[in-house]
Design a protein around this ligand. Structure first.
Ligand code: FES
Ligand code: FES
Length: 161
């Protein structure tokens, strides 16, 4: 039995330590926000934050994240209030099919936690591991810039969860 803390809630999970985190999130905990894309750590669709660091859940064994803080896209909104990044993605229409969006959001959040006001080249560099088959890259970069501005100057003190 392993203990997983996901979005602030601790779960006891009866699973092998080498099982990929993504399957546990989706199949055991019902958190289907993180998506299965390549299954090889190459597309970013499954990205989550572990202790604020973006990680590809498809290649992350459960044993490596037990006892650490895992944040998935389900943990971004606060009740009816979307996270500034989610609002910015909506505002900039930074998606088409939306399959890449959860991973994009988590990678972007990881970036903003490290760098609250990234330049465009820094955004592009930080998002290299996230692919969008719909080609919404331009809008995604704009959304991250918008959210960074909100975070830096927002009325609620720019808290980035
Ligand atoms: S599904 Fe995990 S990186 Fe592609
Ligand atoms: S919006 Fe479709 S893959 Fe990015």
């Amino acid at each position: 039995m392993l203990e997983l803390t996901v979005n602030g809630t601790t779960h006891s999970v009866d699973a092998d330590a080498d099982r990929p985190l993504l399957g546990v999130l989706r199949d055991d905990l019902g958190l289907t926000g993180a998506k299965y894309g390549c299954g090889e750590g190459q597309c970013g669709a499954c990205m989550v934050l572990v202790d604020d660091q973006p990680m590809a859940a498809c290649i992350t064994p459960l044993g490596a994240v037990a006892g650490r803080e895992i944040l998935t896209v389900e943990g971004l909104a606060c009740g009816d209030h979307l996270h500034p990044l989610q609002q910015a993605f909506l505002h900039q229409e930074a998606f088409q099919c939306g399959y890449c969006t959860p991973g994009m959001l988590m990678a972007a959040l990881g970036l903003l936690k490290r760098n609250a006001a990234p330049s465009e080249p820094e955004i592009v560099s930080a998002m290299q591991a996230n692919l969008c088959r719909c080609g919404a890259y331009r809008q995604i970069v704009c959304a991250i810039r918008e959210a960074a501005g909100t975070v830096a100057t927002g009325p609620e003190g720019g808290v980035v969860r």
